[in-house]
Design a protein around this ligand. Structure first.
Ligand code: AQP
Length: 333
């Protein structure tokens, strides 16, 4: 298929900690599946976004490469997809400014992620945290993306990206493609193992709340055994009344490929101890090939560097085209 006929896919992951089961089930697993012949996928390590929360510079630098290695280990194929680090393509920061000047304070103040993260980081409510959705809109629009695969937590950000694109096109003439979000039917919101009313997050200060993709099998087993359930004794899928148990069941279906009905039937008559152990075993088995591949890739620094520089070059070629068009439209070029 000719390059220009392919649908464009864009998504990103912040190198803001150790990627979790939530990132894997809600995003990375699907990124691999989207790499078909009729699509061109751009996958980025969103390190500019990570700066919205205070980061240790050495950790942030190291995690960019580690996250690229993890994406490769999760099946992102650099022959099929463009895999790059966001800060290596300076057009992201440049488009961000133009879009900031076309976005309203009112619409940004409605973003729930801003409210959540401001509450979590009350000592550092910076302007970047507030304008985060504009930077994300720029990521998407730079590549003229058709489809943006994300977890359910990013739905509001896709909607504002669409609003910004439509407003810009109306003001300056056709410039951006209007993107669609792609949210998986199951696993779009993996919840914390310690507080199933909150999503699982890699920056959770309580390490028992999340399972990192690279956690050792014994650690994974321990974290699931400590998972919060409820005081009932039966296993049922009921996210409202049994959020902890339902979260474990959802994770189980994502890793076994069973339907929810099949999973519930499988655990009929069994207790929470069996549920936790079997979910942990399924996760350990599912993550094992990713963990092995990650270690192999990370040990080859030259290969990783090459992937990052090739990816930046390919991404820049498209980003440059869009930014040039934008600069002409607004009168900067
Ligand atoms: N718990 C989750 N369930 C399903 N999908 C999730 N995603 C994140 N958490 C879950 C999806 O993973 C992709 C990459 O996320 P991100 O790194 O850009 O940032 P995030 O959404 O803020 O993820 P975290 O883990 O919660 O990071 P921190 O703790 O740094 O804020 C996205 O598609 C996201 O939807």
């Amino acid at each position: 298929m000719a390059e220009q006929e392919k649908k464009t896919v864009l998504s990103g992951i912040q190198p803001s900690g150790s990627p979790t089961l939530g990132n894997y089930v809600g995003a990375l697993k699907n990124w691999k599946l989207l790499q078909t012949d009729d699509r061109l996928c751009y996958y980025c390590v969103a390190n500019l976004h990570a700066l919205t929360v205070r980061q240790d510079p050495a950790d942030l630098r190291r995690r960019a490469g580690e996250t690229v290695a993890l994406l490769l280990a999760c099946g992102i194929d650099p022959e099929k997809s463009v895999l790059f680090v966001q800060s290596h393509v300076h057009e992201h920061a440049e488009l961000n400014w133009v879009l900031c000047c076309n976005t309203y304070m009112g619409e940004l103040s409605r973003m729930t992620q801003f409210k959540d993260k401001s509450a979590k980081h009350a000592d550092n409510i910076n302007a970047g945290l507030f304008t985060y959705p504009v930077l994300m809109a720029g990521d998407i629009l730079l590549y003229q993306s058709d489809l943006v695969p994300v977890g359910a937590d990013q739905k509001q950000h896709i909607e504002i990206a669409r609003d910004i694109a439509i407003r810009f096109n109306n003001a300056y003439g056709e410039t951006f493609k209007i993107p669609e979000g792609f949210i998986p039917q199951f696993g779009a919101r993996v919840m914390s193992l310690q507080d199933p009313s909150m999503k699982m997050s890699k920056s959770d200060p309580n390490p028992n709340g999340f399972v990192a993709i690279m956690d050792d099998p014994s650690v994974i087993m321990k974290k699931f055994k400590r998972a919060v359930t409820d005081s009932d004794t039966f296993i049922a899928f009921d996210p409202e009344n049994k959020p902890g148990v339902s979260n474990l069941l959802s994770i189980y279906t994502s890793f076994t490929g069973l339907t929810m009905d099949e999973a519930v039937k499988h655990f009929d008559g069994l207790g929470y101890g069996s549920l936790k152990a079997e979910v942990a075993e399924a996760v350990i088995a599912g993550l094992e090939p990713v963990q092995n591949e990650y270690k192999k890739i990370l040990s080859d620094k030259a290969y990783l560097e090459k992937i990052m520089s090739d990816g930046a070059e390919k991404a820049s070629a498209q980003a440059r085209k869009t930014l040039r068009k934008v600069y002409r439209k607004v009168g900067l070029a």
